[in-house]
Design a protein. Structure first.
Lengths: 339, 408, 429
C-alpha cells in the first residue's frame, strides 16, 4: 500500500501520468495476489471466521482461480462488497473478479459492461416465513410486510411477482443480511425473501431453524456466477476455464484426493490428461503454467467437493444438488470440453 | 527622480507583474485560475478517458425509465411502474418530511433540556447534563442503530396481538404500538361531505375561532388600558375555541376508524411507519442535545441584570423566562439553531440504515444499484442537498440582517 | 438615686443557636435543590423515576454478564432465562473490534505502539507549557506511525521525511527574500526529492517478519476510526487555513474559488462525499493509478473537514480587532509577513476551541465509512460479527461497547477543549 499511497499522492499532485492499464493477468501476477470481491458475510458462500479466514462456496471459486494463476490458493485478498459497492469495485479495478452471488442479467452484462464467465450456482428467489404463520403459498402473502436485501435483483422480481398476482405488500429494504435477519426474527417483517440458497444459509444460522419454512414458489431465475470487466477477454477466459475445470473435474472423477496421482503422469483418459496438463498445451494457451487446473482442483477440490463441503446436505445449510447436479445426473452443470 | 507619491506611469515592465503590488494580485489570480482550470480539465479528461475505456457514458435517460421497485413510505402516488425520476421525488418528499418532523421535535427536546439544565433542581440539572454529554459524544450513526434496534426488539410484532391470550394488547384498545410502526385512530365524519371537504371545514372553523379569540383578547386589552381592570377572558376564549368545533363534530357525527389486526398487519387508522419513527426519534434526540447547548449558551448570554430587574418589577420566575430572558436569548440561539436544522437535513441521509426511503435510499441507493448509473445519481443527489443547504443558509443570512443590533 | 444597672441590656453576646434543622446540612440542601417549589418536586420525582427505570433495567443485566462463552446460544443457556449480558462476544472479538478482522494478529503491537506514541506526539501541541523541543517528535510522528501501521521498508517514510526536510530547508533559506519564492520553492523541492527518490529507493513491500507490509484494506476496527480522524484533521488544518485566508482575500477569483468550494462541501452530507470516494473518485484518476479506497476516503474526508475548519478560522480572523490588521500594515509588513507574524498566530489561538469541536464531530463522522463497506468499529459490528453464526443477535453489548469507546474519546477531547477555553480566556484579562 505504501507505494500505492505514495504514488497516489503524486497522482493527485498531477505529476504522475501513468499509461493505460496493463492486462489484468499481468497485474495479478505482478501483485502476487488475486483481489476477489465477495459478500460481507453470508454463511456457506463467503464469511470470515473468528480468525478472519474466509470460507465458503464463492470463496472456493476465488481460491481456485488464485491457485490456477499464481499456484497458491492462499494468494487471495478477499474484498467484502455490499450490493451497492460490488459493481463499482469491479469497474474501478479494485477487484479482479467478483464472486458474490451475483445474478447474470442482460443489463448487467450489456449495459453495465461486465462479463459473466459462467454459472456456479443455479438459484431462484424464494420466500421464508415463520412456521406458525401458517402460510402455504406465496400467493397467500397479500398485505404482508416483506424484508428484502436492497440493491439486488430480488427487489425487482418481488415487485413484478406481486404486481402480476395483483396482491399488495409492504417492502422493507435492508442493507445487509444480518440486519434482515434481525428484523425478520423480531417480527418486524412477516417474510424474508432472497435467493433460495441464501434463505437456506440464513435459516441454518437461526437458533431454531425448524420454526421457519421456505415456501414452495421460486419466483425467478437467478443464475449466480463470477464476473469480470468487459474488454479483457484473456482474463475472462482464465476465470471461465478455472470454473469449468472444477466442473469438468467432477464429471471426470478428478478429486482433490487423486489429482496429484492423476496429474503425475498421463492416464488412459485423454481429456483428464489435457485438463491436468500432462498432454497438450492448454495451460500455455491461457498464459498459465501447465498444471494450472491441477492447482485449481487441489485448492479446494472439484465442484462437487466444494459444494458438499460448504453448502451441501451434510452442512448446516443443507442444500440439495438439484439443478446444480452434473448434466449426467440430470442437472444443468455442463462444462464445454477441454480440447 | 519622480516623487514617491507619483509613480511612473506607462513604463510597464514585465517584472512589475511580480514585484508591483498593483499588478501582483492579477498575476496571482491568473495563475490560480489557470492552475484550477488545468486541474479540472485534467480530472475531467481522466473521467472521460476512463469511461470511454469501459464503454460507459454519462446519460440521464434512465430517469425516465420505470423504476421497477416498490417504496413503502410515500407521500405521492407511486407504483413500481413509475419512473426513476418519480422515485427520486418520493425520496425527496420523504427526506423533507423526516427533516421537518425532526426539526420540530429536536427543538422541543433542546429547549426543554436547555432550560432544565439551568434549573434550580440539582437532580434535573445533572440529569440533563448527562443527557447532553452522552448524546453529543457518541456518533449519530450509533444512535440511529441503537434506537432502531430498541424499536425492533422492544416493541411487539403484529403477530403478538393475535390469539385468545395475546402477548401484547392495544393501547387503550384504539392504538397499536408495533415494531412496524404506530397505528392510531383516523378521525372521520359519518355524515360529512367526504375526504378533503371535511378537513377544509374544520380548518375554516378553527381559523374563525382564532380571529374570534383574538378579538376578545384585544377588547380585554383595550378595557385594561382604559380602566386598569382586565376582564376575565379565559372562559369566553375557551368557548370560542371549542364551541363551534364540538358543534361541528356533533352535527356531522365525528367518529374514529380504529386500526385492527387484519391478515398480516393492522389495517385502518393512520400508520406511522417504524423506519420513519426510528430515524425521526434518533435525529431529534441527538440534535436536541446540541440545541440544548445552544439554548443554555443563549440564556446565559442574557445579562443577569435583566433577570434581576424583572424580578424587582415583581414578575414571577416563569414569566421572567418567557417574557424577558427568552426573547433576548433568541438572538443568540436562532442562528446556530438553523444550522442545526441544516445538520438534521443532512443527517437524515442515514435513513438508509433503517430502511426509510429518503432520497439517499431511493435515488442514491436502489436506483443507483439497479441502473448502475453511479455518477449521474450521485451528482443529482448532491445537487438536491446543495439546494436545500443554500436555501437554509439564505434564511440564516436574512435573519441575521434583520436582528442585527442597529448601531448608530 | 442609687446606681442601677439596666436590667434589660445585655453586655455579652447570646450564644448563637444552631439553625433550625431544616435550614442547614443535607436537609436544607435537599429542600433548596430538590423540593424548592411544587413544580420542582414533581420534576425531582420524575427524575428519580427515570433513573430508577434505567438503572433497574441495566444494572442487573450488566452484573449478570457472562464473560466466557463460545456463542450467544451458550450464553443463553448459562443465563437460563435470567436477564444478563453476553459480554463474551467482547472477550472473544475484542481484537476484531479494535483492529479489524484482517490485520495480522501477531502485529497488533504495531498499531498499539503507534497509539501510545500519539499521546506523546500530541502532548506538546495540546499543552503549551511543555518544552517546545518536544515538537520535533510531533513532526516525526506521522512518519513513525505510518511505518508502524503499514510496515514495509523504512525507506518510504524516510524519503517522505527527506522531501519535507529539504522543502523546509529551502523555505528557511529563501523566505527572507520572498515568501512566495520560499513557499512554492519548498513545495517544488519536496516534489523533486520524492520523484528522484522514488526511482532510487528499493521497493517498499516486505512479505515476512515483524515489519512486514500490511495492505490498507486490512485496516479496520476502532483503529481505522482513529487513523481517519487523526490523519484527516491534521491534513485539513493547513488546507483549512489556506481556504479561510482565500475567502478573506481581496482577489475576487481566489475568493470565489474558496467560497464555492467551502459552500459546496458544507452543503452536502458526508455520506454523499463518501459515495463519491467509493464510486466516482476512481474515475478521476489516471487509468491504472490504482488509488485505493482508504486513500480516496482520506481525500474526501479531508476536503470535508477542511471546509468546516476554514469556517472556524474565518470566524477567528473576523474576531481579531481591525487594529491588528492596520498595525501590521503600518509597520510596512507585506501580506505574507502580516499574516504569518501578526494575524494568524492570534486568529488560530482564538479558533482552537472551535477547531477541537469540529475535530470531535469529524471523528464521530468517521463511523459513516461503514456505509461504504469499510470495516471500522461500526462496520465490524454490522458486518462480520453480527453475520457470524455464533454471535447474531448480540446487539446491546456490541453497540454499548462502541458507544463507550467513542464517548471516552470524545468526552476527553471536549473536556480538554473546555479547559483550553478557560485558559485562553484568562490570558486576555
Amino acid at each position: 500500500m505504501k507505494k500505492t499511497a505514495f504514488y497516489g499522492a503524486l497522482a493527485v499532485a498531477g505529476l504522475a501520468a501513468s499509461t493505460a492499464s496493463a492486462a489484468t493477468l499481468d497485474d495479478v501476477k505482478a501483485r502476487g495476489v488475486l483481489n476477489c470481491g465477495v459478500t460481507t458475510g453470508l454463511v456457506g458462500f463467503a464469511s470470515p471466521d473468528a480468525n478472519g479466514v474466509w470460507n465458503g462456496f464463492d470463496v472456493g471459486v476465488c481460491r481456485a482461480v488464485a491457485a490456477a494463476v499464481l499456484g497458491d490458493s492462499d494468494a487471495v485478498e478477499f474484498i467484502p462488497t455490499t450490493g451497492k459497492t460490488r459493481f463499482t469495485a469491479l469497474a474501478s479495478g479494485e477487484i479482479d473478479v467478483l464472486a458474490r452471488n451475483t445474478t447474470w442479467t442482460f443489463s448487467r452484462d450489456v449495459d453495465l459492461k461486465f462479463e459473466f464467465v459462467g454459472i456456479n450456482y443455479y438459484d431462484g428467489q424464494g420466500f421464508m416465513v415463520p412456521r406458525d404463520l401458517g402460510v402455504a403459498s406465496a400467493k397467500d402473502l397479500d398485505g404482508a410486510t416483506v424484508c428484502i436485501q436492497t440493491g439486488t435483483t430480488t427487489e425487482l422480481n418481488l415487485a413484478d411477482f406481486f404486481r402480476s398476482n395483483s396482491i399488495s405488500y409492504e417492502p422493507v429494504p435492508i442493507e445487509t443480511n444480518a440486519e434482515a435477519q434481525q428484523q425478520y426474527l423480531a417480527g418486524a417483517c412477516d417474510v424474508y425473501t432472497t435467493d433460495a440458497s441464501g434463505l437456506a444459509a440464513t435459516r441454518a444460522s437461526f437458533e431454531n431453524p425448524g420454526d421457519h419454512v421456505l415456501l414452495p414458489e421460486i419466483i425467478s431465475k437467478e443464475p449466480l456466477g463470477p464476473l469480470v470487466r468487459h474488454g479483457d477477454n484473456d482474463w475472462g477466459d482464465i476465470v471461465r476455464w478455472s470454473l469449468n475445470a472444477l466442473i469438468a473435474a467432477e464429471e471426470l472423477g478428478v478429486t482433490s484426493a487423486n489429482v496429484e496421482e492423476l496429474g503425475a503422469a498421463p492416464t488412459g483418459n485423454p481429456e483428464v490428461n489435457r485438463l491436468l496438463g500432462t498432454e497438450g498445451e492448454l495451460g500455455a494457451m491461457l498464459g498459465l503454467e501447465a498444471d494450472w487446473a491441477k492447482n485449481a482442483i487441489a485448492a479446494g477440490g472439484n465442484y462437487g467437493e466444494l459444494f458438499e463441503k460448504n453448502i451441501g446436505e451434510n452442512t448446516p445449510i443443507g442444500l440439495a444438488r438439484g439443478l446444480n447436479a452434473q448434466w449426467t445426473d440430470g442437472g444443468l452443470l455442463y462444462s464445454p470440453p477441454f480440447r | 527622480m519622480t516623487s514617491i507619491t507619483d509613480p511612473p506611469r506607462g513604463s510597464f515592465q514585465l517584472s512589475m507583474l511580480i514585484n508591483d503590488t498593483r499588478y501582483r494580485s492579477y498575476t496571482f489570480q491568473a495563475i490560480a485560475f489557470i492552475v484550477l482550470a488545468l486541474s479540472i480539465g485534467y480530472l475531467i479528461n481522466n473521467l472521460f478517458t476512463n469511461l470511454a475505456a469501459q464503454g460507459l457514458d454519462i446519460d440521464f435517460g434512465f430517469l425516465g425509465a420505470p423504476a421497477g421497485y416498490d417504496i413503502n413510505q410515500r407521500l405521492i402516488e407511486y407504483t413500481s411502474q413509475s419512473t426513476n425520476l418519480r422515485a427520486a421525488f418520493v425520496g425527496i418528499l420523504n427526506t423533507l418530511l423526516v427533516a421537518f418532523l425532526a426539526c420540530v421535535t429536536a427543538t422541543i427536546f433542546g429547549v426543554l433540556a436547555g432550560v432544565l439544565r439551568l434549573s434550580n433542581n440539582w437532580l434535573v440539572r445533572k440529569l440533563m447534563a448527562i443527557y447532553v454529554e452522552i448524546f453529543r459524544n457518541i456518533p449519530v450513526l450509533i444512535w440511529v442503530l441503537i434506537i432502531f434496534t430498541i424499536m425492533i426488539a422492544v416493541l411487539p410484532g403484529p403477530r403478538e396481538f393475535r390469539g385468545d391470550d395475546p402477548a401484547a394488547t392495544m393501547f387503550l384498545g384504539i392504538s397499536a404500538f408495533t415494531n412496524r410502526g404506530v397505528y392510531i385512530p383516523l378521525p372521520f365524519f359519518e355524515r360529512g361531505f367526504g375526504g378533503g371537504l371535511d378537513f377544509l371545514m374544520v380548518i375554516v372553523v378553527l381559523v374563525g375561532s382564532f380571529f374570534g379569540a383574538r378579538a376578545v383578547t384585544a377588547r380585554a386589552t383595550r378595557i385594561q388600558e382604559a380602566t386598569g381592570e382586565r376582564p376575565a377572558t379565559l372562559l369566553t376564549n375557551l368557548a370560542i375555541w371549542f364551541g363551534p368545533l364540538i358543534a361541528i363534530f356533533l352535527i356531522f357525527g365525528l367518529s374514529f376508524e380504529v386500526p385492527e389486526l387484519k391478515g398480516f398487519n393492522f389495517a385502518g387508522g393512520i400508520k406511522v411507519g417504524g423506519p420513519l419513527i426510528a430515524i425521526w426519534f434518533a435525529l431529534s434526540i441527538y440534535t436536541g442535545a446540541f440545541i440544548a447547548e445552544n439554548v443554555r449558551a443563549g440564556i446565559q448570554a442574557v445579562s443577569k441584570g435583566q433577570t434581576e430587574a424583572a424580578g424587582a418589577l415583581g414578575i414571577r420566575p416563569g414569566r421572567i423566562m418567557s417574557l424577558v430572558v427568552l426573547p433576548q436569548a433568541l438572538r443568540v440561539i436562532i442562528p446556530p439553531l438553523i444550522s442545526n436544522y441544516l445538520n438534521i437535513t443532512k443527517n437524515s441521509s442515514l435513513a438508509i440504515l433503517v430502511g426509510y426511503a429518503d432520497v439517499t435510499a431511493t435515488l442514491g441507493g436502489i436506483t443507483l444499484n439497479q441502473t448502475g448509473r453511479a455518477i449521474e445519481c450521485i451528482l443529482l443527489l448532491m445537487l438536491f442537498y446543495l439546494t436545500i443547504s443554500l436555501l437554509i443558509s439564505a434564511v440564516i443570512n436574512v435573519y441575521n440582517n434583520a436582528i442585527k443590533l442597529k448601531e448608530r | 438615686m442609687v446606681d442601677r444597672t439596666i436590667a434589660f441590656v445585655r453586655t455579652e453576646d447570646v450564644p448563637a443557636m444552631p439553625p433550625p434543622p431544616n435550614a442547614t446540612g443535607p436537609a436544607k440542601w435537599v429542600k433548596d435543590n430538590l423540593f424548592a417549589t411544587p413544580a420542582n418536586s414533581v420534576l425531582t420525582i420524575l427524575a428519580i423515576l427515570a433513573i430508577y427505570f434505567i438503572l433497574s433495567g441495566s444494572v442487573p443485566w450488566m452484573l449478570n454478564g457472562i464473560w466466557a462463552s463460545p456463542s450467544l446460544a451458550v450464553c443463553r443457556e448459562i443465563l437460563d432465562g435470567a436477564s444478563g449480558a453476553c459480554f463474551a462476544v467482547l472477550a472473544e472479538r475484542w481484537n476484531q473490534l479494535l483492529f479489524g478482522f484482517q490485520y495480522p494478529a501477531d502485529l497488533y503491537w504495531r498499531p498499539g505502539l503507534a497509539f501510545v506514541l500519539l499521546f506523546f506526539a500530541a502532548a506538546p501541541v495540546l499543552f503549551f507549557d511543555l518544552p517546545r523541543k518536544l515538537l520535533i517528535f510531533t513532526a516525526l510522528y506521522p512518519f513513525i506511525a505510518f511505518w508502524l501501521i503499514w510496515g514495509g521498508s523504512i525507506f518510504g517514510p524516510l524519503l517522505a521525511l527527506l522531501g519535507i526536510v529539504a522543502g523546509a530547508f529551502f523555505y528557511q533559506k529563501f523566505v527572507k527574500n520572498s515568501f512566495a519564492l520560499g513557499f512554492f520553492g519548498a513545495i517544488v523541492t519536496a516534489l523533486v526529492v520524492w520523484t528522484v527518490g522514488g526511482y532510487i529507493i528499493p521497493d517498499g513491500e516486505i512479505a515476512e517478519g515483524a515489519m512486514r507490509s500490511v495492505p490498507s484494506r486490512d485496516l479496520g476496527g476502532f483503529m481505522l476510526n482513529m487513523m481517519l480522524g487523526v490523519t484527516c484533521v491534521s491534513l485539513s488544518l493547513p488546507i483549512g487555513i489556506a481556504l479561510a485566508l482565500g475567502r478573506q482575500s481581496s482577489m475576487p477569483i481566489i475568493k470565489y474559488i474558496c467560497v464555492i468550494f467551502i459552500e459546496f462541501i458544507r452543503g452536502v452530507p458526508l455520506i454523499t462525499l463518501l459515495f463519491v470516494a467509493n464510486v466516482m473518485l476512481g474515475y478521476f484518476f489516471p487509468p491504472g493509478s490504482g488509488v485505493d479506497l482508504f486513500l480516496r476516503v482520506v481525500i474526501m474526508i479531508t476536503m470535508f473537514s477542511a471546509a468546516y475548519i476554514a469556517e472556524v478560522i474565518r470566524g477567528g480572523l473576523a474576531a481579531l480587532p481591525k487594529g491588528q490588521y492596520e498595525a501590521a500594515d503600518s509597520l510596512g509588513l507585506d501580506y505574507a509577513q502580516a499574516m504569518r507574524l501578526i494575524i494568524l498566530p492570534q486568529a488560530l489561538k482564538i479558533s482552537i476551541p472551535g477547531i477541537v469541536n469540529v475535530s470531535v464531530g469529524l471523528f464521530k463522522d468517521t463511523t459513516l465509512v461503514s456505509v461504504i463497506s469499510m470495516f471500522d468499529l461500526v462496520g465490524m459490528i454490522r458486518g462480520p460479527i453480527l453475520a457470524s453464526v455464533e454471535w447474531q443477535g448480540v446487539y446491546w453489548e456490541l453497540f454499548g461497547f462502541a458507544a463507550l469507546l467513542f464517548f471516552i474519546t470524545c468526552y476527553g477531547i471536549s473536556q480538554y477543549s473546555q479547559w483550553l477555553e478557560r485558559r485562553l480566556a484568562t490570558d486576555h484579562r
